[in-house]
Write a protein that binds this ligand. Structure first.
Ligand SMILES: Cc1cc2nc3c(=O)[nH]c(=O)nc-3n(C[C@H](O)[C@H](O)[C@H](O)COP(=O)(O)OP(=O)(O)OC[C@H]3O[C@@H](n4cnc5c(N)ncnc54)[C@H](O)[C@@H]3O)c2cc1C
Length: 418
């Protein structure tokens, strides 16, 4: 059986740009577009900014350098990384504390951070930039005129509402908007993982001794399958994260496993300080864009590169992200960023982690603004203008060939982590 209901939905606002989803990519896109003087609405289904990086407890900015002292991922990723630790603890290696080191170093620029302080700092940043924030609101549908998106329908405590926009940026991580507008999308697969934050008497003692509260917080797990699927229970399916029943099963079963693991502890010796507020899926749905980045693109230059990025695990391995990974021809005012850009296999793993997600968010915010200025479709904007603006905002577009070693260390199959 199915039901039909006809609704009249009030329009509650009209914006230059609507950003759907306030993870790091969405926050970067909204902030960047607002800095360009645009009227921006950011719609977030939860009650904080940062997405997986805060609500999802993924508290590690992975390496942003080439493993020899050159910072590859810069721009807003660097600004957000420094913001994430400005009011809380960090684990930036000594050689990088004052910025790019004068001499080569094998230490890699990465850091842990305080989820709460990062979320609070992002909220303040976006408020100061003049972004309108709509929290606790889920984007449920799109209104189309041909392939042009006229606006988004949302659901929240006020019921259903419509917001009109000239450009829509999909940073839901799940390509929720793109999928509903008919943009071709691809689904991924996820292993059985759940990360929680825990403190214990032992970790607190360690933190007190070091006078560093960050040391008190440790990751603890329900399912503990790794990036490459090690520890994934044989009797469990993988999850693409686009089916409501399967998502509930994933969350329910992970919580049952976590409960079982934790029940054996001395109950006064530890506390779970935070559970993830969203399913910790790496890859759900992403755009099938005008270009799809693959591992074959390592060390390859693209004339439409919008940012050089580095492999988070293996030093020296460098990529460039073509602008075409964010858009699909035929859809004039839609763009994506973050973990839903067009990349596959390990290249997607490298392109979707926190620092690159921020860069593509910055790109989407600038591209949206340029499209409005030039009245050109997002797929045909002047790439040179975009690249000039990115360069002015400290984004490295192309890696230098002198950083590519003659014989890069072969990729190690042993590298794996949660
Ligand atoms: C287990 C795991 C381990 C990882 N480890 C690392 C790591 O160590 N370091 C690292 O850098 N990266 C890591 N990552 C990857 C990284 O966390 C993400 O790829 C990155 O944070 C993605 O950011 P995003 O903004 O694209 O998406 P998300 O963080 O998913 O943000 C999407 C936002 O959109 C909102 N949203 C979704 N749907 C809607 C809707 N319909 N309406 C309104 N709002 C909506 C969500 O609430 C969320 O806030 C890991 C990921 C996982 C799952």
């Amino acid at each position: 059986m199915s039901v039909t209901r006809v609704y009249e939905i009030p329009e509650r606002g009209s914006y230059d740009i609507i950003v759907a989803g306030g993870g790091v990519a969405g926050a970067a896109a909204a902030y960047t577009a607002a800095r360009e003087g645009r009227r921006v609405l950011l719609i977030e289904k939860s009650v904080m900014l940062g997405g997986l990086a805060t609500l999802g407890l993924i508290t590690l900015f992975v390496p942003m350098c080439n493993g020899r002292g050159k910072q590859i991922i810069r721009g807003l990723a660097d600004e957000f990384m420094r913001l994430a630790v400005k009011y809380g603890f960090d684990t930036i290696p000594d050689d990088w504390k004052e910025g790019e080191p004068q001499k080569p170093t094998v230490q890699r620029l990465k850091t842990r951070f305080d989820t709460g302080m990062f979320a609070l700092a992002l909220n303040k940043l976006l408020c100061d930039a003049g972004v309108d924030l709509l929290y606790d609101t889920i984007v449920t549908d799109t209104v189309m005129e041909g392939n042009r998106c006229r606006g988004l329908i949302v659901e929240n405590k006020s019921g259903k509402s419509y917001y009109a926009a000239d450009v829509v940026i999909d940073t839901t991580g799940d390509a929720d908007v793109l999928y509903r507008t008919g943009v071709p999308c691809v689904t991924g697969k996820n292993y059985f993982t759940m990360i929680m934050h825990r403190i214990s008497l032992k970790s607190c003692a360690e933190a007190v001794a070091a006078r560093d509260i960050g040391r008190a917080i440790k990751w603890t797990y329900g399912g503990d399958a790794t990036l490459h699927g090690k520890n994934h229970p044989q009797d469990r399916p993988t999850y693409d994260g686009t089916d409501a029943a399967a998502i509930s099963e994933y969350i329910r079963e992970n919580q049952l496993v976590a409960f079982e693991k934790l029940c054996g502890d001395d109950r006064k010796s530890r506390a779970i300080v935070t559970m993830p507020g969203m399913a910790q899926f790496r890859t759900t749905r992403r755009i099938d864009g005008d270009y799809t980045l693959t591992v074959r693109d390592v060390f390859r230059h693209f004339s439409d590169s919008v940012g050089a990025i580095c492999d988070m695990d293996q030093r020296d391995y460098l990529y460039e992200i073509p602008y075409r990974c964010l858009v699909r021809s035929g859809y004039p005012n839609l763009i994506t960023a973050g973990r839903s850009i067009s990349a596959e296999g390990y290249a997607w793993d490298v392109a979707r982690v926190i620092p690159p997600a921020i860069i593509t968010g910055q790109v989407a915010g600038l591209a949206a603004s340029i499209s409005l200025d030039s009245t050109r479709d997002l797929t045909t904007i002047d790439i040179k203008t975009l690249q000039e603006k990115l360069t002015a905002q400290n984004v490295l577009l192309h890696f230098d060939d002198s950083w590519v070693p003659d014989n890069p260390e072969p990729y190690s199959e042993n590298i794996d982590h949660i």
